[in-house]
Design a protein around this ligand. Structure first.
Ligand code: ZN
Length: 67
């Protein structure tokens, strides 16, 4: 399941591992340093709005995005 931007828990779309979402306004740097990766959900429509859900990968899974 893609993770909604309001979800308090981030879920890996490959293996369903979870991580706590940083508090609002806090950087995702710690998650990224652990190896979590995120990309906008490509199946979300319409795309004229900013996507509300994201695809996440955990450190143990192939990264969905590199940054
Ligand atoms: Zn995973």
């Amino acid at each position: 399941m893609p993770t909604h931007y309001r979800d308090t828990v981030i879920t890996c779309d490959n293996c369903a591992a979870t991580a706590d979402r940083p508090a609002p306004g806090q950087a995702f740097r710690a998650l990224h340093e652990e190896g979590w990766r995120e990309k906008p959900n490509p199946e979300e429509r319409p795309l004229r709005f900013a996507p509300h859900t994201s695809i996440w990968s955990c450190p143990a899974c192939p990264p969905v995005a590199v940054y």
